[in-house]
Unconditional design. Structure first.
Length: 164
């Protein structure tokens, strides 16, 4: 999802797709806001403020402040870790802290005329939720949960190994 935003996804660093950030971002405040909006969406991993300087791609050569997502032992809990919600929450928290922040990349993406975030997410739902100041985490959770439950039901039929 980060590919559809102006935030760095860590390309050009030793931790690509494990960090997110941008120049001038206040990572501690962002993390605090995420915690206040939906603390349960932070489960299954550990987030820590970090600084990085990409050598290429977004913000190349600029010092970025951001968050590193630790999704390995001892902090990783696979049943609790929901990376899509976690990143969506980062977007929502950033929008709440800086409503005018130019978050969405506005360019032709994958031969499509829609915004990159909309192509990546298969529609406008996520972007509209982030941009709507009245929308709450539970609103997005309700929509996502229905799709996830349907996927789990379909997936269960083809699992080779099932947990008890």
């Amino acid at each position: 999802m980060l590919e559809g935003t102006t935030l760095s996804e860590g390309r050009g660093t030793t931790r690509p797709l494990e960090i997110l950030g941008a120049p001038g971002l206040d990572s501690r405040t962002l993390l605090d806001k995420m915690s206040s909006l939906a603390p349960d969406w932070l489960a299954g991993c550990r987030l820590r403020p970090c600084w990085f300087e990409p050598t290429f791609h977004k913000h190349a050569g600029k010092l970025c402040a951001g968050l590193q997502i630790h999704s390995e032992a001892p902090h990783y809990a696979p049943q609790a870790f929901k990376p899509w919600r976690l990143v969506a929450l980062a977007f929502k928290a950033l929008r709440a802290l800086a409503p005018q922040y130019a978050l969405w990349r506005d360019f032709r993406y994958e031969y499509d005329t829609r915004l990159a975030i909309d192509v990546i997410n298969g529609g406008t739902l996520l972007r509209q939720w982030v941009d709507d100041p009245a929308a709450k985490p539970g609103d997005l959770d309700a929509v996502a949960r229905a799709d996830e439950d349907a996927w789990r039901e379909e997936r269960d039929e083809v699992l080779l190994y099932k947990s008890g």
